[in-house]
Design a protein around this ligand. Structure first.
Ligand code: ZN
Ligand code: MN
Length: 487
């Protein structure tokens, strides 16, 4: 429905709510990791909204929100404050949400994605403000139950400009945002646990009778997976187009509509009419003082920012000579990327060889064991040593894989494994010459063929020498001794 043949342009902006990775809630000391906890066990008078309870801001949450803003190239305002956003809903016990209105913590940022034309495209970020999450409602056959464990969990709301032109770009934007926030240590972005949710503003623009039409947008609320976003955008944009052509009220309406998404039915459905900003009666939160971020704090947070994935990938390609593919695999996991760099240091270079071990054997074993790289018994120092002893001819590549299998289980250093398993490669010419002599004596026919101008039989002869030496001979030395002997 939204292929290149679509008769309209898509204009998309995204509001992304992300839970910050703090241990406690935004304005009280209750645990913030609510997912999976028994209902209403992580609550106190503050997050239950009891009268007289006063909020105390979570310093860590503010720092994480600022770190996110810095990673997203936002400007840090001189002054910022919290405001009350007033509305009535059963999951909001105070009757208002503490949020930020006209002085958000972060403004005017951007992130870069690959646009649909394959070129880099900047998606501008209007603002990223700090607020508190609501409780959650659970509907069952008897009625609706409310759980306040999530109430007061710190949320960062990141609002993009309408710079996104397709569902694919929307996904790339969110994937990039996710990667940045995880790398910066700001959020875990666990979609399957409700740790991030998206409101997507979709509109269509097209020419009709020589005039540009740009009817009011739809806001699709509360999408909780990338798949839902992709399907909902496709559905809703086509629906807007159809409604326009059916002469629906989209032709006269001035304001946007708010819709939900039903994954079961594969369609959107109208929701409560969206409040206008005036309806929320925002006013400055009287229980909290305004903040003025100190330049020294901002610089401390900026200095602590790790290298972002997009920069790290570029550096791996440029400085280590890796393929885009290998760079992508390594950078997909921050721990894996630093494992790789530590191993390169331990190997004294050889980044391509190190990358082969990390993206090959190490990842394969990690996947099979379902383990994290940080818990692996094989260390970057081990990989570095393995690469060095393959390079200097101590062991063959095949033997190195055997050594790796043992290292994986025992956590022993490569040299110890080579010794205990007798994996060392024989490069001693005296031993190799003896084996070559024996093979030559037994293979008159093959040698005659070789001398008759069929060099391809050499491989088979090398194989026989290797077999005779229990697979431990250095194949390069065997080849050259053999050539010399029969050539
Ligand atoms: Zn609490
Ligand atoms: Mn919000």
């Amino acid at each position: 429905m939204t292929g290149t043949a679509a008769p309209y342009a898509l204009v998309i902006g995204i509001e992304c709510h992300v839970e910050l990775a703090t241990s406690s809630k935004m304005f009280c000391g209750c645990a913030a990791r609510w997912f999976g906890a028994a209902p209403n066990t992580l609550v106190c008078p503050v997050c239950l909204g009891l009268p007289g309870a006063l909020p105390v801001p979570n310093r860590r949450a503010i720092e994480l929100a600022m770190t996110a803003g810095l990673a997203l190239h936002c400007e840090v305002p001189a002054h910022t404050k919290f405001d009350r956003k007033n509305y009535l809903y059963p999951d909001l016990p105070k009757g208002y949400q503490i949020s930020q209105y006209d002085l958000p913590l972060n403004t005017a940022g951007w992130l870069e994605i690959a646009g649909d034309d394959g070129r880099p495209k900047r998606i501008r970020i209007t603002r990223a403000h700090l607020e508190e999450d609501t409780g959650s409602l659970h509907h069952d056959g008897r009625g609706t139950l409310v759980d306040f464990n999530r109430s007061g969990v710190p949320l960062l709301e990141i609002v993009s400009e309408p710079d996104i032109s397709s569902a694919r770009e929307a996904l790339r934007y969110l994937e990039s945002l996710r990667e940045i926030l995880i790398f910066a240590g700001v959020a875990e972005f666990r979609l399957e646990e409700g740790g991030a949710r998206f409101d997507v503003n979709v509109s269509i623009r097209f020419d009709e009778g020589g005039e540009t039409r740009w009817p009011p947008q739809s806001e699709i609320k509360n999408l909780n997976s990338f798949r839902a976003l992709e399907e909902a955008v496709a559905y809703e944009s086509a629906r807007l187009w159809d409604e326009w052509h059916a002469g629906g009220d989209i032709r006269t309406r001035r304001t946007k509509v708010t819709v939900g998404w039903s994954p079961e039915r594969g369609r959107t459905f109208p929701q409560r009419q969206k409040e206008e900003v005036d309806d929320y009666r925002y006013f400055p939160e009287p229980d909290l003082v305004p903040l003025s971020p100190a330049p020294a704090d901002v610089e401390r947070l900026r200095a602590a920012l790790p290298e972002m994935p997009v920069e790290q990938r570029a550096r791996f390609v440029r400085d280590h000579g890796l393929s885009e593919y290998d760079a992508r695999v390594l950078v997909s996991d921050r721990a894996l990327a630093s494992f790789f760099e530590d191993a390169v240091r331990a190997a004294g270079g050889e980044p391509k060889q190190v990358a082969n071990w990390v993206t090959g054997e190490l990842l394969r074993y990690l996947k099979e064991g379902n383990g994290a790289v940080s818990a692996a018994k094989v260390t970057p120092a081990h990989i570095g040593e393995l690469v060095r002893i393959v390079k200097d001819g101590t062991i063959s590549n095949t033997a190195a894989k055997e050594a790796f299998a043992e290292m994986w289980v025992s956590g022993k250093a490569p040299r110890d494994v080579v010794e205990s398993k007798g994996l060392a490669q024989v490069s001693d010419e005296v031993q190799i010459r003896a084996a070559v002599d024996a093979v030559v004596a037994e293979n008159d026919q093959a040698i005659a063929t070789y001398r008759a101008g069929k060099p391809q039989v050499l491989g088979a002869l090398v194989g026989k020498v290797m077999k005779r030496m229990g697979g431990k001979a250095n194949p390069a030395v065997v080849t050259s001794v053999l050539r010399e002997r029969i050539g």
